[in-house]
Design a protein around this ligand. Structure first.
Ligand code: NAD
Ligand code: MG
Length: 384
């Protein structure tokens, strides 16, 4: 038997998924790919399957099942389709670690299912923790499952905590690049177009998170993600805008000492740390050069203009199903913005409207979250 880690990559055709496969391609002795899943891009999923020869692939979009099945007919690879199948295959005995990189609420069920089966999780899908952080972290604790953060800010905090897990955190600072619209006012934003919002200055990412970065909703979701990952109270989490994206986040301990993790912005680093933990694997990624960055700057976040961040803090303080409402409304809002159906600032209006409209539940069950997500999408669509 080899001591390779057997990995399932959920959302392998996305930005995080393909970068994970880059990391694995560079470290073939450390990993064996057991499962790949995708949704829209069947051709890429097929190419990945032929290259990495997993046990199983799942195409979430059932209309593409025949196409994928036929393309892989001469390979010894099982093919399934649908989200139920993803939730089932993640429980396979042969899997050691699941990299959860499906985007949005759609990733919740399979992540929960993997935790139930005791799989270690490398978590990119922040929406899972935003929607149901209490259930997810409680189940992970019960099953002895570690949630290794892939999100760069949370990976930074996690790296700063190595050797410090017994020491209380006073607070954390999540850094934010500010996105393409940093410094812009509401007049500018009211006519901002998706083409502008999709141009992130420092990171190449999927469309949804790129829009979230422009609207600061991404940072809002990350604040809630951090609360659950590190067991923090809302008042222990702060956001600081750092346009260069070199300091990936900061922990402040109760003696006042601060630790930060730094490096060039490249998601392969946190991905590699999450799936390689506790080891740091060698890499040839470009190294940071101080002379190219004579100044690292920091400024407060403008929550008056970028209301999503304030809405996310409110939802976190409210707790219960409020973050689930925030997330679902935002998913509908981003999709509508990407189809030019609503303007940039109307995304925040829609989220706020949904939080005000939908019934608050203080201690939701899983079924309550499913229902809240459904109801919020219905109300949000009605308001577009
Ligand atoms: P992406 O859109 O590039 O990829 C999403 C993946 O999920 C694709 O493989 C897609 O086929 C699959 N998918 C989409 N809808 C699905 C559905 N309904 N059912 C099953 N599969 C579905 O997104 P991304 O940028 O890779 O982001 C993935 C997750 O990682 C998000 O939660 C995002 O917030 C988080 N994240 C991304 C980055 C980044 O740099 N891209 C950084 C930090 C965190
Ligand atoms: Mg991030």
């Amino acid at each position: 038997m080899s001591d390779k880690k057997n990995i399932a990559i959920l959302g392998s055709t996305g930005s995080i998924g393909t970068q994970t496969l880059d990391v694995i391609r560079a470290n073939p002795e450390a990993f064996s790919v057991e499962v790949l899943t995708g949704n829209g891009n069947a051709d890429l999923l097929i190419r990945q399957a032929i290259e990495f020869n997993p046990n199983t692939v799942v195409i979430a979009d059932e209309s593409k099942y025949q196409y994928v099945k036929e393309a892989l007919a001469s390979h010894d690879i099982k093919v399934f389709s649908g989200n139920k199948a993803i939730a089932e295959v993640v429980q396979m005995d042969s899997i050691d670690i699941v990299l959860a990189a499906i985007v949005g609420y759609a990733g919740l069920e399979s992540t929960l299912s993997a935790i139930k089966a005791g799989k270690q999780i490398a978590l990119a899908n922040k929406e899972t923790l935003v929607v149901a952080g209490d259930l997810v972290t409680a189940l992970a604790k019960e099953k002895g499952v570690n949630l290794y953060p892939v999100d760069s800010e949370h990976s930074a905090i996690f790296q700063c905590l190595a050797g410090e897990f017994h020491n209380p955190i006073e607070k954390i600072y999540l850094t934010a690049s500010g996105g393409p619209f940093r410094g812009k006012d509401k007049t500018f934003l009211s006519s901002a177009k998706k083409e502008q919002a999709l141009k992130h200055p420092n990171w190449e990412m999927g469309a949804k998170i790129t829009i979230d970065s422009a609207s600061l909703m991404n940072k809002g979701l990350e604040v809630i993600e951090a609360k659950w990952l590190f067991g923090l109270k809302p008042e222990q989490i702060d956001v600081i805008v750092h346009p260069q994206s070199i300091v990936h986040s900061i922990v402040q301990f109760n003696d006042g000492s601060m630790k930060a993790q730094m490096g060039l912005p490249d998601m392969k680093l946190p991905i590699q740390y999450a799936i390689g933990y506790p080891n740091r694997m060698r890499s040839d990624f470009p190294r940071f050069d101080f002379m190219k960055y004579p100044q690292l700057t920091f400024e407060p976040a403008d929550t008056k203009t970028f209301r999503n961040l304030a809405l996310a803090f409110d939802a976190m303080n409210k707790g219960g199903n409020a973050p689930c409402i925030l997330n679902a409304a935002n998913e509908v809002a981003v999709a509508a913005f990407l189809k030019d159906k609503i303007g940039f600032l109307q995304m925040s209006d829609l989220v706020e409207k949904c939080i005000q409209t939908i019934a608050y539940i203080a201690k939701p069950s899983y079924e309550d979250y499913v229902e809240t997500d459904k109801e919020t999408r219905r109300i949000a669509e009605e308001n577009i």
